[in-house]
Design a protein around this ligand. Structure first.
Ligand code: UD1
Length: 416
């Protein structure tokens, strides 16, 4: 199993290019199932989750041509309407094939995702929404078996804001008969990127980015060219790394307009931030100040940035509170951060962190994607050597993280 060895204490300086967003690319790759024409995507990140999604689509019959960051997908001949357990268990986003398959082919068999490290994460909202559109759904042998004649537009209210739930239903509604209105929909920028891709395929969608999305279905969607938006979580992770280790970094190909809450919290921690076009510069030349964080759906503070801010708070001046409201078990990094000397108490969904002036390197274990990023940040800020074990989680969602950090002056290497 691969590990990262980090010699902490070096500030980060220089430029880092931000990759395409994993959470936008995954649903957008699935949108290729909605059309028999080819789709051309650019800025697709090289990540294990993207390879897994491509494999899943290929075993259904989608052909994929790859050229650098470009992918051309064609779903002209689909012979298998199924997402098997082996794939869904490694990547929950596989559920995103359900809506498109059902809408275009009238049938889909998708394994139930089951639990994952950060919580139980059910898919009941996806299922209820498709049922409201006329699908017959049975759960049998651990699979969701959905069947339908042409789906019908419906008014669907989400009890909870769900990002992939909104995306699945938006894709299904694009080929349904009539108008679908999604209420209490997710407002995440990745939902907007997917909507923009669907619109270039000929879909009629209004309101993406607000909590009410109106989709007028059409019988056929056509091919399109779409460039994946920059990854806001990768952007935030590099900024927090520099705020924790100190230094002066500039993100290129980034978008500040979708990072409001994160940038505000970094400024509260004492970082100087300048934005110019698609560049974001952060300077931090002192110990960060502790900042309170409460996760909630976009545009509030993202749960995918919670662990990274917790890492920064462990070495900050003062005490802070981190409240996780989206996932019930997303504090697994706490135990590992404590191994570096962090002082953190957890009570329910709240962590109280007492900042200490230094962490000390140790061997720690990555448990999920964003928790892994927080351990890397802590390792960069700690004194001495930190070994982060089980980094396959990081490779799911961060493109070439160690080479990007090395280029900024971090002493980090992969041990195979
Ligand atoms: C997406 C992101 C993930 C991010 C999360 C929250 C992708 C591929 N993944 O995950 O990185 O952490 O949004 O911003 O985009 N829920 C239900 N029933 C459902 C669906 C969700 O109860 O049918 C609950 C979940 O358990 C969770 C909350 O709703 O507590 C939000 O989950 P959701 O937004 O659906 O997360 P994902 O779309 O899986």
């Amino acid at each position: 199993m691969q590990k990262l060895a980090i010699q902490g204490g070096s500030p980060l300086n220089g430029e880092v290019n931000i990759s395409g967003a994993k959470n936008a690319a995954l649903p957008i790759l699935c949108a290729s199932l909605l059309s028999s024409d080819s789709l051309h995507f650019d800025n697709v990140p090289e990540l294990n989750d993207i390879s897994t999604m491509c494999k899943l689509l290929q075993q259904m019959g989608v052909t994929i041509e790859a050229n650098g960051r470009q992918r051309v997908l064609s779903a002209a001949h689909i012979d298998k309407l199924e997402a098997p357990y082996d794939m869904v268990k490694t990547m929950r986003a596989s559920i995103l094939v359900l809506g498109p398959l059902l809408a275009r082919f009238g049938e889909a068999r998708v394994s139930l995702p089951g639990g994952c490290a950060i919580g139980s994460r059910p898919v009941d909202l996806h299922i209820k929404g498709l049922q409201a559109m006329g699908a017959e759904i049975q759960i049998e042998h651990g699979y969701i078996h959905a069947q339908s004649k042409r789906l019908k537009g419906a008014r669907i209210f989400f009890d909870l804001v769900s990002v992939t739930g909104t995306e699945n239903l938006m894709m299904a509604a694009a080929l349904a008969d009539g108008v679908t209105i999604l209420e209490n929909a997710a407002r995440e920028p990745e939902v907007v990127d997917l909507a923009n891709c669907l619109i270039s395929m000929g879909a009629s969608i209004e309101g993406a980015g607000s909590d009410t999305i109106c989709i007028t279905g059409t019988e056929r969607l056509h091919g399109a060219i779409h460039c994946i938006m920059p990854d806001r979580i990768e952007s935030g992770t590099f900024l927090v790394a520099a705020a924790s280790a100190g230094g002066n970094i500039t993100l290129t190909n980034a978008r500040a307009d979708i990072l409001d809450n994160v940038l505000e919290k970094l400024q509260e921690a004492g970082a100087l931030i300048k934005v110019s076009g698609n560049l974001i510069n952060l300077q931090m030349h002192k110990r960060p100040l502790a900042v309170n964080v409460r996760t909630a759906p976009y545009p509030a503070f993202p749960t995918d940035m919670q662990a990274q801010f917790m890492a920064m708070n462990t070495i900050a001046e003062g005490s802070s509170m981190v409240v996780e409201t989206i996932f019930e078990n997303r504090f697994m990094h706490v135990q590992e951060l404590r191994r570096l000397g962090a002082q953190i108490e957890v009570e329910g969904n709240t962590a109280v962190i007492k900042g200490c002036s230094r962490l000390e390197g140790a061997t720690i274990m990555a448990t999920d994607l964003r928790a892994s990023a927080s351990l890397v940040i802590a390792g960069l800020a700690a004194q001495g050597e930190t070994i982060v074990d089980r980094i396959y989680h990081l490779d799911r969602g961060y493109e070439h993280i160690e080479s990007k950090l090395s280029a900024l002056g971090a002493q980090i290497r992969r041990i195979k």
